[in-house]
Design a protein around this ligand. Sequence first.
Ligand code: NAD
Length: 482
Amino acid sequence: MKVNLFINNEDVTTEHYDEVKDPGRLSEVVGYIARGDANHIDAAVQSGHRAFQSWSQTSLEERMSILLKSAEEIERNAFFIASVTAKENGILLGRTVDEVKLGLMDMRNMIEMAPSAFQKRIIEDEGGWVSIVKRPMGVIACIVPWNAPIILTLQKITPILLAGNPIVVKPSPTASMGVVTLLRTMAKFFPPGVINVVPGGGDVGSALTSHPLVRKISFTGGGNTAVTIMKSAAETLKGVHFELGGNDPAIVLDDADLNEVAPKIVEGAFRRTGQFCFAIKRVYVPYSMYEEFYEKVCELSDSYKIGYQLNEETTMGPINNQLQYQRISELIDRLEESGANLVKLGKVLEPENWDNGYYLQPVVVRDVDPNAEIVICEQFGPVLPLIPYHTEEEVIQMANNSEFGLGSSIWSSDFDRALSVANQIEAGMTFINGHGQTLLGSKYIPFGGIKQSGIGREKSIEVFDEFIEYHGINFHKKNNVC
Ligand code: NAD
């Protein structure tokens, strides 16, 4: 499979194509992805800028209808998009099929909310008449990571397009083929230039974020990259919208039913091999139930079957890329060297292929110091520290002692008690007796984090204010200028 750049609704070939390796079968090449450069970025942004003239003038009803048609087309091609994505990024195929479905659900939810979000306000008194309209901004740069590329792309671009903005998307080098396939599938319903995608590395991202015709940058990825982007955006005073990393705490209260809670916590930590922004990254457990909880977590973690992402038996796939694999392996090495009490669990499905992919076993670390590296950093992999605590006051303080503030969860049999703790947690989102959103939460909760976990939100009705400018018109009925 050879995947090109996509600019102005045309496939664009380049001189450079990068080999895409399967992270679960390093001996196999999945395909070849075009690598863009600064000239391609310029062509893509210029094409978006030209399209802005007419796209911004289309009615909201028309944009909604185009997005709905493209959602149907994605649905028809869902399995193909998911297969390409799973093979290149290592996430389980079944989970990636679900990811496309969830992305479509998010898309349709936001389309449904758009009419209320874009209502224009008219206010009148005897001296004047005022209208306040939400207008699109222009070309928006969309930069997405590799860990859940389809859902993250769909949730990012839907409100941007609905608002009347064209997009230039820069996917991650280790998950570009699926994203280009997704966007090509959608683009046929849009006027040329509204959807453009230029794969490549940091240099291509940087050409995009510094382009003077880009009006805002919407970025999902790591904090260090966000700092670089913010500096680049400052040169032309662009706005930034960041969805960044997390270090989500799960707080088990002493009235929790461990039989119910433990499986959900383990799943909340190890889903996607721990590679998701709001994965549980540290668990706080009262001393009184620590041993029992530890035993349960180990037993559950040991039931993971580690293997190839396309194997139906597999419940934990590989790590996405070499850099990330090395980073997590070194973190585990440092833990072992420091004498940490850890266990490597799970069943290896195909031992003969262990070194032919970026495979890691799930690791549970017990009796961890609240200030240990594994507690403070975002591990973004299958390593889970369990930290014991004495009092509610102490655990709230430990949970909030972080530069991150994305998700968090409280586990208890008493809703009022859990709610009271939830109200004291510094995070964009707090879940009770689950770690993730229910269908209702997915529609209405503004998704994102505080502190170094992000700037702005995605999804929900609140997202629409991220990608618009307000335009006010004031008619003077009589001479009463203030
Ligand atoms: P990353 O920051 O390395 O890369 C993200 C994207 O930025 C990629 O497309 C990359 O090519 C691009 N990029 C790199 N350098 C750039 C530059 N100088 N200018 C512009 N673009 C540049 O992150 P990653 O490793 O792909 O993803 C993992 C991180 O993403 C984790 O920290 C994770 O928590 C975070 N994440 C956050 C959310 C969220 O919604 N909050 C969701 C998923 C992932």
